[in-house]
Structure formats: structure tokens, C-alpha cells
Design a protein around this ligand. Sequence first.
Ligand code: 13P
Length: 255
Amino acid sequence: MNKNLRKAVIAGNWKMNKTRPEAKALIEELKPLVAGADCGVVICVPYTNLETALEATKGTNIAVGAENCHWAESGAFTGEISAAMLKELGVQYVVIGHSERRQYFGETDVTVQKRVRAALDAGLQVILCIGELLEQREAGITEEIVGMQTKVALGGVTEAELKNIILAYEPVWAIGTGKTATAQQANEVNHYIRTVVEGLYGKAAADAITIQYGGSMNAKNAEELLDQPDVDGGLIGGASLKAPDFAAIVKAASR
Ligand code: 13P
């Protein structure tokens, strides 16, 4: 990555894993391993673990995020959590538009845009996920797909607000499959996404935005991926559930 322009951010996405005692134990193990890291460190955890995580990370360099939020301020939306509720807890980040939300819970580019708006309005920092399916890559339309996802999700986001957004390129075929994009594939798409941001907001904004890669990033392949000029960090699933593995990725980003 271009360290002169951007600071790397390594974010864990725990997905639907860890009870509260398990979460506490993982964070306690992680804290000393990532203390003093020269990159941003974030853990995005299930709603039920947010308070535990906030308490356990107090006074550390680990920031806490949620994995989703609803677009409405409040109301009759059974099972949903608002951005204001997260903010009030002390949560700093929220993942929006993860491919698992899109695949299994009917999330669309339009609902992603609404959630991004709500999160920004509540004062949260957004980790906005985009990425193509395998058949889309095979059809040669990766750029069209990630370009459209980016443009729709950022609809209505001002240049000033862009500072509160991290983009995460996660090719769906690489998530949880052990099938990582090559460093070159990751860089190519991240670079393309940066050109889309440049088209919308200009070069300075495009140079400044953090664009992560996510999809089977682990302790072994992190260094090569993070060495790419347009890969500014990672969104880590499976490997974020093991403190030594996550810490190794943080270390790779801190070099
Ligand atoms: P894995 O690292 O388990 O492939 O998951 C990536 C991901 O979806 C992070 O949001």
C-alpha cells in the first residue's frame, strides 16, 4: 500500500461466532499481541458481544464495530438494531453490505445505501463491502459489478463524509473458501475501485480512501496482499477468530 497516503486498517469480522465469555477471552489474548501496531485495528463483533468488547478494549488500540445496522432511526423493525443504538453504546465502526447480508438476507445496493446514510448520520465509521460473485468474474463483469455497488452505496455521500468510509473489496468466491484472490487480482480490483472513487470525488479523495481486501486473508498470505499499492488493509473473517493469526496480519500491515 502507499503508506505516505493512507494508513492500513485491519478489521476482524467475527460474523456469528463467540459467546460473551469466548469473546472476552479472545480479546484478552489479542490485546498484548497487537499493542503498538502501526495500523488501525478493529474488531467487528456480534451485537451481543458489543458491550463485552467495548469494556475489554477500553484504553487499548483496538476499536470496536458492529456487523450491520438498520436504516431507520427507530420503529417497527423486529430484530433490527439502529445506528443510533450502536453509537450510544460507544461503538465506532459498522460493517455494511457484507456479501453474506446480500446473499442470505436480501440486502440490495439500495438498502446498503440507506444503511450507509443512517450510519454516517449517527456518527459511525462505515466499512462498506463490495465484491463480485464467481459467475460475474467468469463473465468478465467484475468491474461493472463493483463499480455499480460502489456508486449506488455512495449515492448522497459527500466528499467530507467519505473520510468516515472504508471500502472493503471482498470477492464473494474468496470468502470462507480458502481460495484467496491473488495479490495481483486484489490489487487490480482495488485500483479500479479507486478510479471509481476518483470519478466521483476527485484524486485527493481517491488517494486518501482506505480500500481493504477481504476473502481468506490469513497469516501466511497477508504480507503479499498488503504489499500491493492499492490494498490498504484487510477485512478478516476466519483468521480473526484466532488471536495469533489476526495478530500476524496486523503485524504484516504494520511493517
Ligand atoms: P474469510 O476471511 O473467512 O474468508 O471471510 C472474509 C470476510 O467475509 C470478512 O468480512
